[in-house]
Design a binder for this molecule. Structure first.
Ligand code: G6P
Length: 610
């Protein structure tokens, strides 16, 4: 959840750390801090709030150092304030650290340390670590050994970086359950919780694995296991460019990412369809495809927007592959000892590939012997590496906290997987060809829908002051109703609920009056007549109706207050189209309310704590 960046080399690290923190801010942003070493003494500067506030403070101090660490915090233990912000230092001001994750046994460790006279300044679990490390250095161990011995006593998760002013040539980094990478440069090396923090300095990346400890000096990098065995690490050359990460001229990352969808969808489909056979090829599943097609059951586990993608996946897998499919919240799945058989396949869907609950659920499914597969966006992420096989969505970096292009590419990949399995089972070549050709047309249709941006902005103006919204859809579009409501909640702070349209009469109808906008996702499909009846019911009660309808639908165009007319496709792919206007509606409402669209309050892009 929090962001980590570190530097050792022969440049001034202060601007490098601040730039890195700005890149990481989307991961957590309630406070930030940096720590550096100069002439064997440490300086720590911290601030509540945004990195720009920290930057102002740092600028006034005119700091310089060739080694340092930076951290953006998203509070888990202790309120967001300066004391709880990282880095945390020992009493002697000789050791400081930054930590991402949760130390579960920190109360026990804290009591033990307090009995030895250690005093705690913050309410965080992380501060325990610095005193624990200090206690080992006081027993004569060097900093590397002290970190290693401390971690033997720790239960929980960490992405950790430590510097001692007594050994000011090195950063000690360790990972368990929280992402950490090392960037290899020329006469300089970096650490970060996410490559985006260091990409402008180096593209040579080493991924640390759980249980590994790294010692990073300006000309040297070594990695060890917790038990001191040296490990050969592979250096990966990464292809992501800064341009990809930047806003590309749009006011917000979210808008850029909505507008990028035709391109990200093309990337997601590229090279994965054989037209003449009506088949999909997914290199990442090559070795497991037979076992996957023979699965007795498929489980899709995820959180947030990725969970909504899973719900659409359930409709696809059951309709086309005829395999019983269940969708699970990863957080619930991991804790209730789920029944998993060896013939089951569990897909973990995650944009970041780092969501703590999804990762923990993955480990549980692995222990129980299921085939464990991933659908991830971030290449080389923890979930991508822990699964036996999988498919990348290729959406490109998603920075806006509210997920958009990650969702539509997840739906695309789920459709490709359905096609892959269904053709192995009983789907005919002709039917396969129809899915394949419709998939290929999706990016252009999304382009058409994006042209409705201005119309949707006007609708947003009408509805920006509403306090509640209801989103209704049926079949494949029920998960889209949930996703539309989630988008609005996340960034505009308007209460919104998604429901299957037929459920309206079992409760939500009681809420409907002239103050309740109702968004219907009502393309022409087999449930069309039913949804028209639902719309009539809302109209009869004075509700104001926005409807996503198919282009040629004159009936609903006349009936509803605001019709957003979009191109049509086969039912299984319709959610990729119907969700786009809902993303734009939420975006424009939030902008008109003057809210911080890319960094909504209390939310983080990647939730790497439970
Ligand atoms: C956070 C983000 C959501 C995202 C969810 C799951 O809550 O704010 O946008 O859908 O995590 O993230 P993942 O990276 O696993 O898809």
């Amino acid at each position: 959840m929090c962001g980590i960046v570190g530097y050792v080399g022969n440049k001034n690290c202060v601007p490098i750390l601040i730039n890195g923190l700005k890149r990481l801010e989307y991961r957590g942003y309630d406070s930030a801090g940096i720590g550096i070493v100069n002439h064997n003494s440490i300086t720590i500067v911290k601030n509540k709030g945004k990195v720009s506030f920290l930057e102002e403070k740092v600028d006034k101090l005119d700091l310089e150092s060739e080694i340092g660490l930076g951290h953006t915090r998203w509070a888990t233990h202790g309120i967001p304030n300066e004391l709880n912000a990282h880095p945390h230092a020992n009493e002697d001001q000789t050791i400081f650290l930054i930590h991402n994750g949760i130390i579960e046994n920190y109360q026990v460790l804290k009591k033990g340390l307090q009995s030895f006279g250690y005093e705690f300044k913050s309410e965080t679990d992380s501060e325990v670590l610095v005193h624990l490390i200090d206690s080992f250095t006081k027993r004569g161990h060097d900093i590397t050994k002290s970190v290693q011995l401390s971690l033997h006593e720790v239960e929980g998760t960490y992405g950790l970086a430590v510097i001692s002013s007594k050994e000011p040539d090195k950063i000690i980094a360790a990972r368990k359950g929280s992402p950490l990478v090392v960037g290899i440069g020329d006469n300089e090396n970096f650490i970060a919780s996410d490559v985006s923090a260091i990409i402008s300095y180096t593209k040579q990346i080493v991924y640390l694995e759980d249980g590994e400890i790294a010692v990073i000096k300006k000309n040297e990098f070594t990695a060890k296991t917790a038990f001191d065995n040296e490990i050969e690490k592979e250096i990966h050359e990464i292809s992501m460019t800064l341009d990809e990460i930047d806003r590309g001229g749009y006011a917000h990352f979210m808008l850029k990412e909505i507008m990028e969808q035709p391109e990200s969808l093309r990337n997601s489909i590229r090279g994965r369809i054989i037209d003449e056979d009506g088949r999909a090829i997914l290199g990442g599943l090559r070795d497991v495809v037979d076992k996957l097609a023979d699965s007795k059951r498929i489980i899709l586990a995820a959180c947030g927007t990725s969970w909504h993608a899973g719900l659409v996946g359930e409709y696809m897998f059951e309709q086309f592959c005829r395999i019983p499919t269940e969708v699970e919240y990863a957080s619930e799945f991991r804790y209730r000892n789920p029944v998993i058989e060896k013939e089951d396949t569990v897909f973990f869907i995650s944009q970041s590939g780092e969501t703590a609950d999804t990762l923990a659920a993955l480990k549980e499914a692995k222990i129980k012997g299921a085939l464990v597969l991933g659908i991830c966006n971030v290449v080389g992420s923890s979930i991508a590496r822990e699964t036996q096989a999988g498919v990348y969505t290729h959406a490109g970096p998603e920075i806006g906290v509210a997920s958009t292009k990650a969702f539509t590419t997840q739906l695309t990949v789920l459709a490709l997987i359905s096609l892959l399995i269904a053709r192995k089972k009983n789907l005919s070549k002709v039917d396969g060809q129809q899915i394949a050709s419709e998939l290929k047309l999706i990016p252009e249709k999304v382009e058409e829908i994006l042209k409705l941006n201005l119309q949707i902005e006007k609708i947003a103006e009408e509805f920006k002051d509403a306090s509640n919204f209801l989103y209704l859809g049926r079949g494949y579009n029920f998960p889209v109703a949930l996703e539309g409501a989630l988008k609005l909640k996340e960034i505009s702070y308007i209460h919104a609920e998604g429901y299957p349209a037929a459920e309206m009469k079992h409760g939500p109808i009681a809420l409907i009056d002239e103050n309740m906008p109702v968004v219907f996702i009502a393309p022409k499909d087999s449930t069309y007549d039913k949804i028209v009846s639902n719309i009539q019911e809302v109209k009869a009660r004075g509700g104001r109706i926005i409807a996503i309808i198919t282009e040629e639908d004159e009936q609903l165009n006349k009936l509803v207050d605001y019709a957003i007319r979009i191109p049509s496709t086969i039912r299984m792919l319709m959610p990729i189209l119907t969700v786009i206007p809902l993303q734009l509606l939420a975006y424009h409402i939030a902008v008109k309310k003057g809210l911080n669209v890319d960094q909504p309050r209390n939310l983080a892009k990647s939730v790497t704590v439970e």
